[in-house]
Design a protein around this ligand. Structure first.
Ligand SMILES: Nc1nc2c(ncn2[C@@H]2O[C@H](COP(=O)(O)OP(=O)(O)O)[C@@H](O)[C@H]2O)c(=O)[nH]1
Ligand SMILES: [Mg+2]
Ligand SMILES: [Zn+2]
Length: 297
């Protein structure tokens, strides 16, 4: 048997079987070789791999995972150019704590973030408020309506040629948005369809090649999202709003939470930094400090 290997990109993985796409647009069904499993190297969607295609109907093998440019734990993906955080203006009520956590994780992984406020038809004022809160967050907030397609041309343009993942609350409209952006037919429906067995909404990650050379990834919503554990003093580095004021606080380093003569707190008081975004930062900081303190328990 010819032991030729080639390179491919993992599009999805379900129950230990992976689908990979090669440079010529061919798809392969693969399993991870035992040595990968023994080393606990689990291929992720987006991974570039060395593979040994199977002969005929037989599945092939993933021999090696090539070095990753970046990776996320939730959603479990690798080599993503941009993460699109989808927040609904209403229905469900926007969970901006989750949006902030997704942003934080993406930033720490070195992935650029695009914020999209969906369902603007339902609550235009709420949409404006969310955009206002994220004005300084370097997330290019965009208001859209996935069900009518409004605003999607601008989004498609920004994402052209990129490998991008949509993430956010269940029911925010991620699958509807992908369908409207690229003329696909992913399962949508949020809560109403859950009762129909087997007709559930997005359950696993799947990378789909789209026009313009990019790829899109639909992800299931997460109800619980804990960020990785790291020194709380580094949390502020993931809030771009603080950058102009860094180094101007009386105490160094400064958490920008309760310290006297803190330049960031002064900027919040003066309306230069959004107070709600800062408030969520402080809450996240407190949580991280507790987890950091108890990290050896
Ligand atoms: N009114 C309105 N409903 C939307 C919009 N986008 C999606 N929906 C609806 O929201 C529900 C959840 O959408 P879905 O795409 O399944 O959300 P996902 O869980 O984030 O993938 C569906 O019933 C969609 O029809 C929108 O822009 N406006
Ligand atoms: Mg979905
Ligand atoms: Zn400070």
């Amino acid at each position: 048997m010819a032991e030729t290997t080639s390179t491919g990109t993992i599009l999805q993985g379900v129950g230990g079987f992976y689908t990979a796409l090669d440079g010529e647009g061919r798809e392969y069904t693969l399993r991870a070789q035992g040595k990968l499993r023994r080393e606990r190297l689990k291929p992720k969607v987006g991974d570039r791999v060395e593979m040994m295609p199977g002969e005929g109907e037989a599945h092939g093998w993933i021999c090696r995972i090539l070095p990753r440019c970046n990776e996320l734990v939730r959603p479990p993906v690798a080599n993503i150019d941009a993460i699109v955080i989808v927040v609904a203006a209403a229905t469900p009520d926007p969970d901006l704590v989750m949006a902030d956590r997704l942003m934080l994780n993406a930033r720490r992984a070195g992935i650029s973030v695009q914020l999209v406020v969906n369902k603007c038809d339902l609550a235009p004022e709420s949409a404006d408020d969310i955009v206002r809160q994220y004005r300084g967050a370097q997330v290019q907030p965009l208001k859209v309506c996935a069900s009518t397609g409004e605003g999607l041309d601008a989004l498609r343009e920004r994402l052209k040629g990129k490998v991008h993942a949509l993430a956010g609350q269940s029911g925010a409209g991620k699958s509807t948005m992908i369908n409207a952006l690229y003329g696909l037919e992913l399962e949508t429906g949020g809560l109403s369809r859950k009762i129909e067995r087997g007709k559930n909404t997005t359950r696993h990650c799947q990378l789909i090649p789209v026009e313009g050379g990019g790829m899109v990834l639909d992800t299931p919503g997460f109800s619980l999202l804990e960020s990785e554990l790291f020194d709380p003093v580094a949390l502020k580095d993931s809030w771009p709003e603080f950058i102009p004021f860094e180094g101007q606080c009386y105490f160094q380093p400064c958490y920008h939470a309760t310290e006297p003569r803190c330049a960031v707190l002064e900027a919040v008081a003066a309306g230069k930094i959004d107070g709600q975004r800062h408030g969520r930062y402080v809450a996240l900081l407190e949580e991280l400090k507790l987890r950091w303190r108890d990290r050896y328990d």
